[in-house]
Design a protein around this ligand. Structure first.
Ligand code: ADP
Ligand code: ZN
Ligand code: ZN
Length: 726
């Protein structure tokens, strides 16, 4: 008998490919990896389905499978069906979905064996001979640790001691064996704190729905002890023999967060973030799959970790935009996690001090249950917020003199100060006063940003770098002026103003080196840096006890932006940065510099708080029929040739509106920044009060869209539930 297999191939085409196998059906299962020839290349595909055929079927055009790589499917059934769901929901080619779901080494066909490591163990023999000092140290350590000590750990504690180990082994005083390599378990545990009433209620409520799908929104003000709640819940689930998946946003947060878990739970905790190697990723993936990892902590893509026995999912800072992938498969990890929890019949906890309007809407619709933590766990009070009119007196470079005085006061008291400005570089504008020339990017509709330290102009959209001109390139006037200020300039001004105080800048430029961020955070905690100037990177989650003043220098961007989520994001940012101040014993204060201190946004947020502002925004969204009260999809297109993207989307528009009116199709319009990285961009917006009609429309039209002549020429993509419309 001959079988035909449907294989998902890593390519942008929206269908699977048929291949022949001379093995019977019983040999084949969905989720096996196979090597096949595809065009002129050999690729690794995934078996999706198979059927047996008889001799009457013409198979002359089909190619054979070259090799089957696995005995058992590499993807557990639940993950396989989740990948199908991804492909359906996000209208993204299945083969490409596997590229996101599977770690690189697995995709590239590596075997599924776990890495092993050497462990040394004392053989408990009486010591009758005299041994050297190093050997004695080893023996002492191994006698203390009955189960043995991993070789790399021995080297870490005692230095390289291979020859001593061998000689002890020859004397039969110690022996070695191999075990599966796992992350080490901390021995210096911290004592758990007694949960307060609110925390205990949260833990109990979630635990009551253990083994049921129930989504919870854990809304707790910054410092209210959400992390303690996660730890307690994780501990309970692990005790039941379950695995816990914890998602955290994609910034330097991991170390601090993981350390707290490691110090509290003596279990196998694996970490999946962007800084681990492909080898580590594969090992962690396998440990999770085999049920050998108890707690999995990771950023966005960790939501695809295979789990043998999942008991609980936690998403920290659920409002964070980094949970949405902005290219390729544009999934939202919160969304995917909800689907996983639902299918696995387990509770899912979404934690935040500033929940997304999506989650608040779900609470309102009774789809999520809200749990509240309203007090700071340490008893610290929330800081007072002051608005400063940016039109008022300035000391230097756009920093108000009121703010300078307030900073001085905190420095005199030996406290730390945190200043936010969401713009990297020295200045966003370079121009000539004589002829009005401005430094703009030749590939984008954007200005070049001045980076003085590196003596360059840099485009933050396409990465183009040029030397900083010393005179006007157009009229050769000798002086060019900069306008506006970024982190680099604020850092310099502050350093000039407070010459004896260490100033530290934290942005993407100053943290490029691996671990740079972790080092900086360590330095801040030690109190080495007194003034910290940074972008939003610093706003999230960090617990710096000596920070008593937080300043926000460019709060207006959020009030002026064309993006419909800008005010929501500004409210979240302000509350998050407010949470960075006064976390220790000393009370904190917050200064916000704005050109619109009278704006009702500020009055609402400061006087009435986040919930009030968020509810008001939610009512607005309902009125204008925008998410979460309605559903959006964007079809984007871009091409080097002007007008082609617009032309393609005009054709798509015609297709989409041919037979229906339920889904409103708006556009196409050029993107707000039409030209980026040398391509002209345009977009089409689909909206509907229901989710389903959009998906049905896309299901119906996708093949026709893919067959449009221009669809092979322009780059295009579908963004379901887009986060920004720009
Ligand atoms: P969040 O995650 O909500 O910002 P954390 O869990 O980081 O809050 O807690 C803030 C601080 O309060 C931490 O230093 C933590 O150790 C402490 N903390 C949390 N819960 C308690 C408690 N029940 N008793 C005493 N201190 C607590
Ligand atoms: Zn000029
Ligand atoms: Zn550019």
């Amino acid at each position: 008998m001959i079988s035909i297999l449907q294989i998902s191939i890593p390519c942008p085409l929206r269908f699977n490919f048929d291949y022949l196998s001379d093995q019977s059906l019983t040999h084949w299962q969905a989720g096996l990896r196979v090597r096949v020839s595809f065009g002129s290349r050999e690729l690794i595909g995934i078996v999706i389905s198979c059927k047996e055929i008889d001799d009457t079927v013409d198979t002359s055009k089909l190619k054979p499978i070259l090799e089957c790589l696995d005995q058992q499917p590499i993807i557990p059934a639940d993950l396989l069906s989740l990948t199908h769901w991804l492909s359906d929901y996000y209208h993204h080619p299945l083969g490409d979905c596997f590229q996101t779901v599977l770690p690189k080494k697995i995709r590239h066909g590596e075997a599924l064996d776990l890495q092993m490591e050497t462990v040394w163990k004392s053989s408990q023999k009486q010591l009758k001979i005299k041994i050297g000092k190093k050997q004695q140290q080893i023996l002492d350590l191994l006698t203390e640790n009955n189960d043995g000590v991993v070789q790399s750990e021995l080297y870490l504690q005692l230095g390289q001691c291979r020859s001593s180990l061998i000689s002890l082994e020859e004397k039969q005083l110690i022996e070695q064996f191999q075990q599966i390599k796992k992350p080490s378990i901390t021995h210096s545990m911290s004592t758990p704190c007694q949960l307060n009433q609110e925390q205990q209620l949260a833990v109990n409520t979630v635990w009551d729905s253990y083994e049921n799908f129930t989504p919870y929104l854990l809304q707790g003000i910054t410092g209210s002890g959400k992390t303690e709640v996660y730890i307690e819940l994780a501990e309970k689930a692990v005790k039941e023999g379950k695995q816990v998946l914890i998602l955290i946003p994609e910034i330097g947060l991991t170390t601090q967060f993981v350390t707290r878990f490691r110090q509290r739970l003596a279990v196998n905790i694996v970490v999946l973030n962007s800084s681990i190697s492909d080898g580590e990723r594969k090992q962690s993936w396998l440990l999770a799959k085999e049920g050998l990892a108890d707690v999995i902590i990771g950023t966005r893509s960790a939501v695809f970790t295979p789990l043998k026995d999942i008991g609980l999912i936690i998403i920290d800072e659920e409002h964070d935009a980094s949970y949405k992938q902005q290219d390729g498969l544009r999934y939202h990890a919160r969304n995917v996690a909800l689907i996983r929890a639902k299918r696995a019949h387990i509770p899912i906890v979404l934690g935040s001090a500033t929940p997304s309007l999506e989650s608040l809407y779900h609470v309102e619709q009774k789809r999520f249950q809200r749990l509240e933590l309203n007090k700071r766990a340490t008893g610290a009070t929330l800081p007072k917020i002051h608005l400063i009119d940016s039109a008022g007196p300035k000391a230097d470079n756009g920093v108000s003199s009121i703010l300078y005085k307030a900073i001085q006061k905190q420095l005199d008291a030996d406290n730390q100060v945190l200043l936010f400005i969401n713009r990297r570089g020295f200045a966003p504008v370079l121009m000539c006063h004589e002829c009005n020339w401005q430094a703009t990017c030749s590939h984008c509709d954007a200005k070049m940003i001045v980076h003085q330290g590196r003596n360059t102009l840099c485009c933050h959209h396409c990465g183009l770098i040029q030397r900083l001109p010393s005179q006007c390139p157009q009229c050769q006037a000798p002086n060019l002026n900069t306008y506006g200020a970024g982190t680099e300039q604020i850092e310099l001004s502050l350093q000039r103003y407070f010459p004896d105080t260490p100033v530290l800048r934290i942005d993407r430029d100053s943290t490029q080196r691996v671990n740079a961020f972790a080092d900086i955070v360590a330095d801040i905690r030690k109190g080495g840096a007194k003034i910290l100037v940074g972008t939003q990177m610093l706003a999230k989650g960090h617990d710096f006890h000596d920070v008593t003043l937080v300043g926000v220098l460019d709060a207006d961007q959020g009030l002026l932006s064309a993006d419909f989520r800008a005010t929501e994001n500004l409210a979240q940012l302000i509350i998050q940065v407010t949470g960075r101040s006064g976390r220790g014993e000393k009370p904190g204060e917050v200064f916000i510099q704005t050109s619109q201190p009278q704006h009702e946004f500020w009055r609402d947020l400061i006087k009435q708080g986040y919930n009030y502002s968020a509810n008001k925004l939610l009512e607005e969204r309902k009125l204008i029929a925008m998410p979460p009260a309605a559903y959006l999809t964007i079809i984007r297109a871009e091409d080097k040739q002007e007008q082609l993207a617009m032309q393609f989307l005009t054709d798509v528009h015609a297709l989409l509106t041919q037979h229906q009116q339920e889904v409103i199709v708006m556009g196409p319009v050029p993107a707000i920044m039409e030209k980026r990285a040398g391509r002209f961009r345009a977009q089409l917006l689909l909206t509907c009060s229901q989710r389903k009609p959009i998906h049905q429309l896309l299901d119906h039209s996708i093949n026709a869209i893919s067959s449009l002549k221009l669809s092979r020429k322009v780059r295009w993509s579908i963004d379901i539930d887009p986060l920004d419309l720009m």
